[in-house]
Design a protein around this ligand. Structure first.
Ligand SMILES: [Zn+2]
Length: 457
């Protein structure tokens, strides 16, 4: 073996058990027994997890206020330190661009920078007939998920006919459609009313996007997908009203999936009221909700109404980017960082008794791998990629901005006392984080051509 991890406690969706792991040529060769290897890691007292998989990130993403602070180097480096070994990032089509052009742009951003493995979803913003035709060819190029927005009227928002056509294309070509579900017309209308009333501050963001704007679009998307008999994945579900729609659709048919994001488990709309315009740090879409929704989301993660927790990492700077909206909340770029914090913060759910260890691994790694066709990742068994995290379950620490590796100038969770730490992070058999230092090379990450979603449903 090239590497042997011994004396640790392995956590998979199938159970928790003590065994050694033998790794050879980047893959898991053996679990159990007493393999001999060139290097042995003693994982006594620690958990051995499949590397985290974050299927909702926006690295090097352009906007009117400039690109997100993290490129594929700093973003994937931060991911690695947090125990994430694979991301699927959103490649966004610019208006007038073909999907091939968009993809080659994203390959260019990631190729010599990423330190962990990565795939791309495609965001369709300009759904011409030619683009919808081109879409059919993407699954054969390893892009097996398409994303559409029902919000952001005038920029990314698409109409119901485009949704329906895209669902049909996805069903026929073996892809899954990811939906940002908010009613863009309703949001725009409420934004205009709030601004006309002089309500320009960050808290108005929450007032302009009440739970029903999310629940209505969620229900509509789920039913349009049902008409086309296509698989669907609702991104960033935030509230009881939307969870209810997802749960109902899952009772009706297979191929219905949904995630929530880390921040919806911990923050509330009250965070938008922070003084000094700091509420803008937490302007996210859909908006933050109430404390009671946290319970609903944890319960949904437990009973499988929700299957995944992603970060939705979009690292706008507070100074210079968020502050653009100082006098108009609709100008605040939507999103925040979280790629490094995700595993740790979801693990707090284990500490607090919200979820079990197996479920932690399932929603942070195994399920995203299964849903998105990452067939060699997300599990610890012979033949899988040796993407492994050696996790100290007892580490007590304080989560602070200055310890993080992203380039954002804040974290949603600054100052929180937390438990658990990704001590050693291994990607395809190579130790890339150890002793709180990065030991890999820039650009070592590989593009993963994902398998078609339909085979997994
Ligand atoms: Zn997003």
């Amino acid at each position: 073996m090239d590497l042997v991890i011994e004396n640790g406690r392995i956590v998979t969706t199938g159970g928790v058990f003590d065994a050694s792991i033998g790794i050879k040529e980047g893959r898991i060769e053996q679990i159990g027994g007493a393999p001999a290897g060139r290097r042995h890691i003693d994982a006594r007292g620690r958990l051995i997890l499949p590397g985290g998989i974050d299927v909702h990130t926006h690295l090097d993403a352009p906007s009117e206020v400039g690109s997100t602070a993290d490129d594929f180097y700093s973003g994937t480096l931060a991911a690695a330190f947090g125990g994430t070994t694979t991301i699927v990032d959103f490649c966004a089509q610019a208006k007038g661009q073909s999907l091939s052009e968009a993809l080659s742009g994203w390959h260019g951003k990631a190729g010599d920078k990423a330190v962990i493995d990565y795939g791309f979803h495609i965001i369709i913003t300009d759904p011409t007939e030619a683009v919808l035709e081109e879409l059919k060819t993407l699954p054969d190029r390893g892009i097996t998920s398409f994303k559409l927005f029902m919000a952001y009227k005038g920029s990314q928002m698409v109409d119901d006919l485009t949704l329906l056509k895209t669902f049909e294309t996805a069903a026929a070509s073996g892809a899954i459609v990811m939906i940002h579900a908010e009613n863009g017309d309703a949001v725009l209308h409420l934004q205009r009313k709030l601004l006309a009333d002089g309500k320009t501050e960050p808290f108005s963001h929450a007032l302009s996007r009440p739970p029903m704007t999310e629940a209505e679009a969620t229900a509509r998307a789920l039913m349009l997908a049902e008409i086309a008999d296509a698989p669907i994945y609702i991104v960033h579900v935030t509230c009881e009203e939307a969870v209810r729609e997802v749960a109902r659709a899952r009772k009706r048919r297979a191929g219905v999936f949904a995630e929530t994001c880390t921040h919806y488990l911990y923050l509330t709309a009250e965070d938008l009221r922070k003084p000094g315009f700091e509420g803008a740090k937490h302007v996210l879409s859909p908006a933050l909700r109430q404390m009671s929704d946290h319970k609903v989301l944890w319960r949904a993660l437990t009973n499988s109404d929700l299957q995944v927790v992603s970060s939705d990492h979009a690292s706008w700077l507070f100074e210079g980017q968020k502050t653009v909206g100082r006098h108009d909340f609709t100008q605040i770029p939507n999103g925040g960082p979280g790629i490094e914090e995700r595993m740790t913060m979801v693990y707090q759910g284990v500490v607090q008794g919200e979820i079990g260890l197996e479920r932690f691994v399932e929603i942070c790694s195994t399920n995203p791998a299964r849903i998105f066709g990452l067939t060699t990742k997300g599990h610890l068994a012979p033949g899988y990629d040796a993407d492994v995290v050696i996790w100290d379950p007892d580490a007590d620490r304080k989560l602070v901005q200055s310890d993080l590796h992203h380039r954002s100038d804040y974290t949603h969770y600054d100052g929180r006392e937390i438990k658990g730490n990704a001590d050693i992070v291994i990607s395809r058999g190579e130790v890339i984080v150890e002793n709180n230092a990065f030991t890999g090379a820039k650009g070592r990450g590989q593009f993963i051509a994902r398998k078609k979603a339909s085979k997994l449903l």
